[in-house]
Structures are given as C-alpha cells and as structure tokens.
Write a protein of this length. Structure first.
Ligand code: OGA
Ligand code: ZN
Ligand code: ZN
Length: 363
C-alpha cells in the first residue's frame, strides 16, 4: 500500500486493466489521456484479487468512482523505485559485451536443419543475436536467394536501393567498395540511412579466393573502452552529428547521426561507423580538431587485434548480426579468385518478436 501512496494518479489510472479501459480481446487502450478527469485522485485502496485469483489492490477513484484492480506482481514490476532502471533491451545494459579472447571456444552457431526443426535451437540462435550481436548458421543450402529465406525465418527483409538482396562479389563498375576485392575495415552498413537497417545477413556461396577472411568487432565494447580511456573523446562522439551520405546514379541518401548513440541515461545503444560514407563534418573550426582527434582515437581502438573476432566464411555459412552494434570487416582478396556472398538487411524488432513468441510457446 506504501507503494501506491507514491504512485502518480494519472500513471496509475492510465494503466487500469479493467475491460472498460482496455479491450479484453487485444489489450488495447480504449480511452484518451484527455478523457480522464482533470482533478483525478485516489479515493481509497483495498486488498483485492485479480480475476484469476492473484493478490491485488483495488483503487477507487475520485471524482468518477471508477474502480481499478492491479495485481501486486504488476505493481512490483512497474512502479519506479521498486525495480532497476528500465530498458528496451537495446542498450549496453542488456548485452553481453565481448572481445575476441572472451569468445574463444564459444562461438554462437547453429546447424541450419536443427535451427529449422528444433524451436529450442532457434530460440538460442536468435537470443545470441540479441545478447552477443550475432549468430553463425552453418550448413545453410548454397542456393541463390537463400539469404532471403533465412531472413524470413525470423522476420522481414528490408529492401533497399541495393535490392531485396545484394551481391557481394567483384563487379566491373562497383557503386560500393564492398563490390571489389579491397580490404574493408570494421564498419557498420548503411549509416546514411535513417532508420538504419538494424540487422544484416551475409550468406556465403563461394569463398575460394586468396584472402577474403571475415572479422567482427563488438562496437558497444569498443565504445565502453573509449568512455573509460578517453571520456572527452567519447563525449564528443556521442554529441556531434556526423553527415553520412551515399550517392550513385539512382540514389542519394543522407543521415546525420553521432558515431556513438547513447540514451538519456548515458547507455550506449547505437554505433554508426563507416569511413567510406562519412561526409564533411560541419562544426566551428576549433571543435573540428577535437572531433577528429576523437574519431581517430575510436578508429584506432576499433582496430585493436584483441577486439576483432577473425574467422572465414565457407560456403553454407550465413552470418546474422546486429548492424547497430557490431562492426564487420573483411581482408582483401585476389580479384582473380572466386568469392560470392549474398547479403540482405532485416530488422531486430521482428527478430525480438519471433523470439518472444517462441519463448511463449516453449514456456
Ligand atoms: C558488405 C561487406 C563483407 C565481406 O557487403 O557490407 O562488408 O565479407 N562485406 O565481403
Ligand atoms: Zn478501468
Ligand atoms: Zn558491410
């Protein structure tokens, strides 16, 4: 009862679970905030039970006499001050940050057939994407457009100007350095898009070229290191919006976002880092030097060997990773050799939804 005394009346009333306030068929709210009495107060509170018999408190409201029954467990879970800071699962607080030695011997991976047939394997794989930022599916059929079927096992393909999927192979007139044999240092994809694709898939069809090995870096871990080692640099990178841009004959995309996105409580929640598409930062001249010192420092940190997990994709591997957190890289490869990946974008809200429903069914 103590807790209810401190609960703001509008917050409490807005969360009334009664069938007059929420449609029992779908749980959606039936009233507008403007429809509540302006002089709303709690008239009295009584011990009660929810319709399914759980301990609850009943609030009688003034001036309208409305009654609301709140399960005690719901109040404990939701009243601020009684639980830890809330989060949506997307910030560093809800992740397991890693470096390469820390992942040795426990790469998150799953066999494609087991992933398809065993809900527990699927749940573990999807959970790895949320917690560690990636999963490596093995023995995925080496088939044209298969990457789209992989995306559809957990969500929806995000079509872009590159198409439903993009071909990562050497092209004669590449509109992106990814489509050459050049080394690509750790980066996130498409920072020039808003909203940015939150998931990326890379499915290996052929990798017979000399070189072309893969790397992943946990950008949240790197940003947390920067915060500890160079707080001023970290601060600048969370505050300065960077203009990212991409243009070719048919497309002109731009987005202004900081390299490190943090939430209101200062928790890291999004990395955008791509030297290929960073435009001319506009800042007062004296701040430009500070920005460049910070950008360089973060860039150096991202290249520390112990931060990068190195591996080689072989035909049938499909990597699924969080493009708002992990940076990916590849070594240069001989353009005479055969290397062909198919990539696609998708989104993490769909993946999280699929996992939540899977857990509902397996619990
Ligand atoms: C990309 C990319 C990596 C690779 O296409 O975005 O970074 O291994 N490719 O070719
Ligand atoms: Zn109600
Ligand atoms: Zn890329």
């Amino acid at each position: 009862m103590e807790s209810l005394a401190s609960a703001p009346p509008f917050w409490l009333r807005d969360n009334c679970p009664c069938p007059a306030c929420r449609d029992p068929r779908n749980g959606q709210k039936l009233f507008q905030i403007t429809e509540l009495p302006a002089a709303l107060t709690v008239d009295s509170v009584h011990d009660a039970h929810t319709p399914d018999g759980a301990a609850a408190l009943e609030v009688v409201w003034a001036p309208d006499g409305h009654r609301s029954v709140y399960a005690e467990t719901w109040l404990q879970d939701h009243l601020l001050g009684t639980t830890a800071a809330s989060g949506d699962g997307r910030t560093e607080d809800d992740k397991e940050l890693w470096d390469a030695p820390g992942l040795a011997g426990r790469l998150p991976e799953a066999d494609w057939d087991a992933y398809l047939t065993d809900p527990a394997v699927r749940a573990t794989a999807l959970e790895s994407v949320l917690r560690l930022g990636f999963v490596l599916l093995r023995n995925v059929p080496v088939r044209d457009r298969q990457v789209l079927d992989v995306a559809r096992t957990f969500g929806y393909v995000r079509e872009t100007n590159y198409g439903e999927l993009f071909e990562v192979r050497v092209e004669a007139d590449p509109n992106n350095l990814a489509f050459t044999g050049a080394r690509i240092t750790p980066h996130t994809d498409n920072p020039y898009r808003d909203p940015v694709p939150t998931l990326q898939l890379l499915h290996c069809l052929t990798n017979a070229a000399q070189g072309g090995d893969s790397g992943l870096v946990d950008g949240f871990h790197a940003a947390a290191l920067l915060r500890a080692e160079a707080p001023e640099a970290y601060e600048i990178l969370t505050r300065v919006p960077v203009p990212f841009a991409f243009a070719d004959e048919h497309t002109e995309l731009r987005a202004h976002r900081p390299l490190i996105g943090a939430d209101r409580d200062g928790r890291i929640r999004e990395i955008r880092f791509n030297n290929r598409s960073i435009g001319a930062v506009r800042l007062p001249v004296d701040l430009l030097d500070a920005f460049y010192a910070a950008y360089r420092r973060f860039g150096e940190l991202l290249l520390r060997p112990e931060l990068q997990l190195d591996f080689r994709l072989t035909p049938g591997d499909c990597l699924i990773f969080d493009n708002t957190r992990l940076l990916h890289a590849r070594t240069a490869f001989a353009e005479s050799g055969a290397r062909h990946l198919q990539g696609a974008y998708a989104d993490i809200d769909g993946l999280a939804s699929t996992l939540a429903v899977l857990r509902r069914e397996t619990m």
